[in-house]
Design a protein around this ligand. Sequence first.
Ligand code: AMP
Ligand code: GLY
Length: 424
Amino acid sequence: MAGKVVLVVGGGGREHALCMELKDSSHVGELHCAPGNAGTSFLATNHPITAADVDGLLNLANRVGADLVVAGPEAPLCAALADRLEAIGIPCFGPVAKLANLEGSKLHAKQVMRAANVPTAAFHVLSEGSDIEAALDDFAGNPWVVKRDVLAGGKGVVVTQDRNEARSFIQTSIQTDGQVLLEDFLPGEEASMLVIMDGSGFVCLPASQDHKRAYDGDEGPNTGGMGAYCPAPVVTDAVRQKAIDTIIEPMHEYLLAAETPYRGVLYVGLMIPESGEPNVVEFNVRFGDPECQITLPLLKTDVFEILEAASKDRLAELDVEFHDFFTATVVLAAEGYPASPVKGRLIHGVGQETIQSGDSTAWVNHAGTGFDVQGNLISTGGRGLSCSASGPTLAASVKLAYELIENIELEGSHYRKDIAFRAL
Ligand code: AMP
Ligand code: GLY
């Protein structure tokens, strides 16, 4: 049987990680990526079509004869990429638009959780004419959590102890979006659970923890994620089982009732209080970035087999196996990230090969990288790349990821020095 043709949509560290796994699969004969980055160009044929260009992606999938399309980011899914691929008979890993709305609208996600009886923070929906002061009073005593109901690339949430700041963000959001959510504050530690699901079942991948703030000690502005590690010990077996019983099974059940089953990965953002009873902070309809980079390598089962099965409601036929090592990744961010990253600078010290050190292995995941006209590696985005490693202990993987990043040069760049501090 000829090798399968796979198209990966997106161009970040997550998509480089997906391409690395798919390239390794004995089933995959041809790998394409749109738009990809410098890293994916060594593994796949890159095509200059952005993830937002759904028409372009459909044309490309047809032209290359894709057997499977793997959607990295949420935007094309919210814009009906999976629906339109289904209409032309091409399987897609990633849900149809109606289900992608779990990420597209935070209010919709809250309503679904309410309907499915899934634990999440209490909330008010505020719009023109709402009694904002009464709502603020309702959740007083803790920081206020205000969430815009739009895809805002991580910039739509304000958590503040300052009532004036909360009120003013509520008012401006109502003006621009028509409505806004005010949520009860949940104390605890955050973790990410990636759950692959389809109409036949679901598979929970080992839970990870991301570091969303730009600077050490979880200080500074929110980012897309500055580093992550897996498995995260805060998700004990008991917490994991609670999450399955109270969140994942009810969500899977709820989504089964949809016209088209959820075929893809549901990213469950958890808040774990001291009691160990997890709550949902957010859903995403895609792999996390950088969580993907450190979660996929823990799969012993061929990743193509898993993604393809989930795109065809055959997940329940697979017996998915995991490695028992640990992984960590540290993101190298451009000067000025996240506010205004400087792009176009040369990057030195990045190799293609994986590096072996005792029982540990390290590799670079490219994110915002490309080539200049001379073919030199340059940065093209805020998060340039992430240095990843696996090892027999979390400490070993973290140590090797740092050894790797210390040898990479990008003028003005910064990275966090404390990835995995909560677990170490
Ligand atoms: P979200 O985009 O919904 O994930 O929110 C961004 C970040 O805000 C989360 O990663 C949390 O750190 C924080 N956050 C969101 N909702 C809450 C909440 N109800 N209680 C405490 N922190 C929250
Ligand atoms: N790292 C967080 C996210 O992908 O949403």
